[in-house]
Design a protein around this ligand. Structure first.
Ligand code: PLP
Length: 389
C-alpha cells in the first residue's frame, strides 16, 4: 500500500546554518490542538471531543456560504479572480475598490504589511501579550520587535507611542486583542493615531470586530479619511465561520494598498473562499446569530468562573482567558489543560504569550460551554486535593 520511503542523506547542515539567524531564531506558531490528534493520542471518540481552542465559530459555516461553495465546485479548474469580493467589500465598507487588499486569511495581510515595510535595521512596535503573528511576521523580515509591556493585560498606548523609534515602520494593534480579549476605547485609539508619525504604518487588526457591541466598535474605516498611514484588517475566519477557507482583507489608503499588492502572491485567495466570503457578507442573519450566541455564552462561562472562584480577563472577543490559581507558587495552568484534554475538552494554553497562569477558552455552543465548565471543576479540585494534574 504505502510506497517505500526513500532513504535521505544527512541533513545539509551547512545550508541550514546559512539560513539567516533571524529565521532560525523564530519560534514556530503553536496552533490549538486539532480534534483528530487529541482523539488519536488519548484514544477518545472524536464525536465526544469539544474544541474551544482556536476561536472558531461554533455555529459552523454560514448557510449561504455553504450553498455558494457547493455551486462553485465546478469552477475549480480556473484560477481565482478577486474582483467580485473586492467589489462587495467596497460597497459594504464604503471605500474604493483600490483601498482593499484580499488575504489568504488576515494573517496573509499582516505578512504583506511586514513584507512591504520591514527589513533588517527596521522595527515594529507591538504590545506584550499581543497576537503571535506580529512577532512572527516581524522576525521573518529580520526586523526588530519592540515589545511594549502591557498594562493590566491591555495595550499601553502612551508607552507604545513613546517606544516608536526612527527605525520603526509599523505598529501592530489588535482590537480586541487575542489572547487577552482587552479592547482600546475609540477615543484613546484615535488620539494615538493623531500622534503617530505619518511615516509609521498603524495596523489595526479587527479580527473580532463583529463580536463587539455595536456601540463600542471603533469608526475605524471613517478614520481612513484622516489617517493615510492606517491599515484596518478584518477576517472571515471568526464571526463569518470560514476559518478553514482562509480569507481576510485590509482596507487602507490606495497607495498603501498598491504596496501591499506588490508583495501579495497572485491568486492568494482561492475560488471557494471568494464565493463563500461574498455569500457570508450577505448572511447578516448568521452574523447576528453568532453575536447573540457569543454574548450568551460569555455570560455562561464567566458565571461558571465566578461559581468556581476563578479570576478572568474581561473579554470583548469570542474567547476569554481565565486565571488558574497557583499552588505553592507554581503555575497549574499546564496541568489543568492536560486534565481537560483527558476529559475531551481542548482549550488553549497561553504560556507562549507570557501568560503562564492563564488558559484561553473559546465561547462555544451552550452544551460545549457546559461540558468545559463541568470538566474544569474536577481539574481544579485535584489541585485542592493535592493530587497530580
Ligand atoms: C484569529 C485572528 C486573526 C485572523 O486570522 P485569519 O488569518 O484571518 O484566520 C487575526 N488577528 C487576530 C488577533 C486573531 O486572533
Amino acid at each position: 500500500m504505502n510506497a517505500k520511503r526513500i532513504a535521505l542523506p544527512p541533513a545539509p547542515v551547512d545550508l541550514c546554518e546559512r539560513s539567516p539567524a533571524y529565521v532560525r531564531a523564530i519560534a514556530p506558531y503553536q496552533p490549538g490542538k486539532p480534534i483528530s490528534e487529541v482523539a488519536r493520542e488519548l484514544g477518545l471518540d472524536e464525536a465526544r471531543i469539544v474544541k474551544l481552542a482556536s476561536n472558531e465559530n461554533p455555529l459552523g459555516v454560514a448557510p449561504r456560504a455553504r450553498a455558494a461553495i457547493e455551486a462553485a465546485l465546478s469552477d475549480l479548474a480556473r484560477y481565482p479572480d478577486g474582483f467580485d469580493l473586492v467589489n462587495a467589500l467596497s460597497d459594504r465598507l464604503g471605500v474604493g475598490m483600490d483601498a482593499i487588499v484580499l488575504g489568504n486569511g488576515s494573517n496573509d495581510v499582516l505578512e504583506m504589511v511586514a513584507g512591504a515595510f520591514l527589513a533588517p535595521g527596521r522595527a515594529a512596535v507591538f504590545s506584550q501579550h499581543a497576537f503571535a503573528v506580529y512577532p512572527l511576521a516581524t522576525q521573518a523580515r529580520g526586523a526588530q520587535c519592540i515589545v511594549v509591556p502591557a498594562k493590566d493585560y491591555a495595550h499601553d498606548l502612551p508607552a507604545m507611542l513613546a517606544a516608536i523609534t526612527p527605525e520603526t515602520r509599523v505598529v501592530f494593534i489588535a482590537n480586541p486583542n487575542n489572547p487577552t480579549g482587552t479592547m482600546i476605547p475609540a477615543a484613546a485609539l484615535e488620539d494615538f493615531l493623531r500622534r503617530v508619525p505619518r511615516e509609521v504604518a498603524v495596523v489595526l487588526d479587527e479580527a473580532y470586530n463583529e463580536y463587539v457591541e455595536p456601540a463600542l466598535r471603533c469608526p475605524s474605516l471613517a478614520w481612513l479619511e484622516r489617517h493615510p498611514n492606517l491599515i484596518v484588517t478584518r477576517t472571515f475566519s471568526k464571526a463569518y465561520g470560514l476559518a478553514g477557507l482562509r480569507v481576510g482583507y485590509a482596507a487602507c489608503h490606495p497607495e498603501l494598498a498598491a504596496l501591499l499588492n506588490r508583495v501579495r502572491q497572485p491568486f492568494n485567495v482561492n475560488n471557494l473562499a471568494l464565493v463563500a466570503a461574498i455569500a457570508a457578507l450577505d448572511d447578516e442573519a448568521f452574523v447576528t446569530r453568532s453575536f447573540a450566541l457569543n454574548a450568551a455564552g460569555m455570560k455562561q462561562l464567566t458565571a461558571g468562573f465566578e461559581r468556581l472562584g476563578l479570576a478572568w480577563i474581561p473579554s470583548f472577543g469570542n474567547f476569554v482567558s481565565l486565571a488558574v490559581p497557583r499552588e505553592g507558587g507554581e503555575s497549574r495552568a499546564a496541568a489543568v489543560f492536560q486534565h481537560l484534554l483527558r476529559q475531551g475538552v481542548i482549550v488553549r494554553p497561553v504560556a507562549g504569550y507570557q501568560m503562564p497562569d492563564h488558559l484561553r477558552v473559546t465561547v462555544g455552543l451552550p452544551e460545549e460551554n457546559e461540558r468545559f465548565l463541568a470538566a474544569l471543576a474536577p481539574a481544579l479540585e485535584r489541585r485542592r486535593a493535592g493530587g497530580a494534574g
